[in-house]
Design a protein around this ligand. Structure first.
Ligand SMILES: Cc1cc2nc3c(=O)[nH]c(=O)nc-3n(C[C@H](O)[C@H](O)[C@H](O)COP(=O)(O)OP(=O)(O)OC[C@H]3O[C@@H](n4cnc5c(N)ncnc54)[C@H](O)[C@@H]3O)c2cc1C
Length: 423
C-alpha cells in the first residue's frame, strides 16, 4: 500500500509506490504499467495524486541535480525535489525564484501541477515561471517541451495528466533580500476600505482572518529590499501603525517554525511562511480549501463570506487572503484574470466541511470562483467548464499523449466527463 497523504485525510487506493533511481528505470516502469500516477510530497488534500488499485511513482530518488544557465537566466531542476531543496541550491548559485508558496516542503512538479501560488500583485502562480518541462510519457519515451511548444501552457498546470515529470526549467533572476513585517489586530472595516492599498503595500502581502468577527487578525508584508554598493541591506522605513494595525516588533514568530520577521534575509527564507525544518500549518491536523475570484470582485466576495461567518468560523482554523497576477496557462486558477485567492484552513471536521463547501461556492458564484486543484472543493465539471475554457482541449491533449489513460485517475475522469459517461 502507498499509504496516506500528508494531512492523513486521504488513504491512497494505490497498491504500490515505486521509487525509480534513473530515467531509464522510470521509462521502463511506465512503459510496462497499465496505470501509474506521479506522487509528489503528498501535500494535496484530495485524490488528485491517487491511482485506484494502481501504481504511484515518486521521482524524488532520480539521480538528477540543479543546473543554472546564466545566459538564459533559467535553472533546470529535478521535479521531485522540494522547493526548499531547489531554492537552497539556486541561492548558493546567486539566483532566485520570483515567488514561492507558503511552505518549502512541496515538490516542484507536484506544486506546479496543481497551480500552487504565493502572493503579490505582480506575482503569478509558480507554474508561470516554467519555461521547459521534461517528462516520461506512457510509452516510456522521454519528451521535452519549451516556450516554443504550443503544449507548454497546458503542461505547466498539468494535474499529473500528461506523464511523469522528471525535470522542470524555471526562469530565475539575481538573488535578492527580503524582510517580513507583521501587523496585528485591526478591523475588517479598515482592511476592506483600503484593500487595494493593503495588497499593493509590499512585494507579497498575506492577510489572515476569520469571518464572523469584526477583528482582523494579521497583515503580513514581505518586502524586497535593496543593497548598497558593499552588498549591505539598505534600511527600509516601516511604519509602526498601518490601517489601524500595530506592527509586531518581534524577530522570532513561533520559534523556528516560521521564518523570522523584521530582519532582512535571503528570498527563500522570507517568501515561504514556514521553515523547511518545521512541520507547517496545523501540522496536518487540518483540511484545506481555496477559491480564486477576480480582483475587481475582491471586496464583494469577502463581504459575501463575512455574511456566512457564523457557518464558517466554527470549522475554521484560519483563512488566508492573497493576491495573484493572472496568466495564460490553460488550467491555472488565475487564467485570464488577476485574482484574489481566499484560502481556508479547516479544523479536521470532514463532514461539516463537505457540507459547507457547496454553500461557500454558491455564495461566491456571482464572482465565478475557481478552485485550488490540490485542495477540497465541491464544484463539478459543468461549472468548471464554464471557468476553464480550455478544459476540453486539455483532455484532448492528455488523450493524444496518453491514449490508454495510464496517468488518468478518478479525479481526472470526473473533470473530463469520462466518469459521467461511464455512470
Ligand atoms: C500546509 C500546506 C500549505 C500549503 N500552502 C500552499 C500555498 O501557499 N499555496 C498554494 O497554492 N498551495 C498550497 N498548498 C497546496 C499544495 O501546494 C499543493 O497541494 C501541491 O500540489 C502539493 O505538492 P505535492 O508535491 O505534495 O504534490 P502531490 O499532492 O503529491 O501531487 C499533486 C499533483 O501533482 C502531480 N505530480 C506530482 N509529482 C509529479 C511529477 N513528477 N510529474 C507529474 N505530475 C506530478 C500528482 O500526480 C498530482 O496530480 C499547501 C498545502 C499544505 C499541506
Amino acid at each position: 500500500m502507498a499509504g496516506w497523504n500528508w494531512s492523513k485525510n486521504i488513504e491512497y487506493k494505490a497498491r504500490e509506490l515505486a521509487h525509480p533511481t534513473s530515467i531509464d528505470e522510470l521509462a521502463e516502469l511506465v512503459a510496462a504499467a497499465s496505470t501509474g500516477k506521479a506522487l509528489g510530497t503528498r501535500h494535496s488534500f484530495n485524490r488528485i495524486a491517487d491511482s485506484a488499485a494502481g501504481l504511484q511513482i515518486s521521482t524524488a530518488s532520480l539521480d538528477l541535480s540543479v543546473s543554472v544557465d546564466r545566459e538564459t537566466m533559467t535553472a533546470t531542476v529535478p521535479g521531485g525535489w522540494t522547493y526548499g531543496e531547489v531554492a537552497a541550491c539556486l541561492h548558493a548559485e546567486g539566483v532566485a525564484l520570483p515567488n514561492m508558496g507558503s511552505l518549502p516542503h512541496i515538490s516542484v512538479a507536484g506544486g506546479t501541477a496543481t497551480g500552487t501560488h504565493g502572493s503579490g500583485n505582480t506575482n503569478q502562480i509558480l507554474a508561470a515561471a516554467i519555461s521547459g518541462i521534461e517528462l516520461v510519457t506512457a510509452d516510456g519515451s522521454v519528451r521535452s517541451f519549451d516556450r516554443s511548444s504550443p503544449e507548454l501552457p497546458a503542461l505547466a498546470v498539468g494535474l499529473g495528466a500528461f506523464g511523469i515529470i522528471t525535470q522542470v526549467t524555471l526562469e530565475v533572476e539575481p538573488s535578492y533580500l527580503m524582510r517580513q513585517d507583521l501587523y496585528r489586530n485591526t478591523t475588517w472595516g479598515h482592511v476592506l476600505e483600503n484593500l487595494d492599498e493593503v495588497l499593493a503595500s509590499a512585494y507579497s502581502v498575506n492577510l489572515h482572518c476569520h469571518y464572523g468577527v469584526d477583528e482582523f487578525r494579521t497583515i503580513w508584508q514581505k518586502s524586497r529590499i535593496a543593497v548598497d554598493g558593499s552588498g549591505e541591506p539598505v534600511d527600509v522605513e516601516v511604519p509602526d501603525i498601518a490601517w489601524g494595525a500595530e506592527r509586531w516588533d518581534t524577530i522570532a514568530i513561533e520559534g523556528d517554525r516560521l521564518n523570522p520577521a523584521t530582519i532582512p534575509g535571503p528570498w527563500h527564507e522570507r517568501l515561504p511562511h514556514f521553515t523547511p525544518q518545521g512541520e507547517p500549518s496545523a501540522r496536518g491536523d487540518e483540511l484545506q480549501t481555496e477559491y480564486f475570484v477576480g480582483r475587481s470582485d475582491a471586496v464583494a466576495a469577502l463581504e459575501a463570506l463575512r455574511r456566512m461567518g457564523d457557518d464558517i468560523d466554527p470549522h475554521l482554523r484560519g483563512s488566508e487572503i492573497r493576491s495573484v497576477k493572472g496568466d495564460g496557462l490553460w488550467l491555472s486558477p488565475c487564467v485570464g484574470r488577476d485574482c484574489l485567492s481566499i484560502g481556508f484552513t479547516w479544523n479536521k471536521h470532514p463532514e461539516e466541511v463537505e457540507a459547507l463547501l457547496p454553500k461557500i461556492e454558491e455564495a461566491l458564484r456571482p464572482f465565478a470562483p475557481t478552485p485550488h486543484w490540490g485542495k477540497l472543493f465541491a464544484m463539478e465539471r459543468a461549472e468548471l467548464l464554464d471557468r476553464f475554457r480550455r478544459l476540453d482541449d486539455f483532455f484532448t491533449l492528455a488523450h493524444a499523449l496518453d491514449p490508454a489513460g495510464t496517468f488518468s485517475n478518478e479525479f481526472l475522469q470526473r473533470l473530463s466527463g469520462e466518469q459521467d459517461a461511464a455512470d
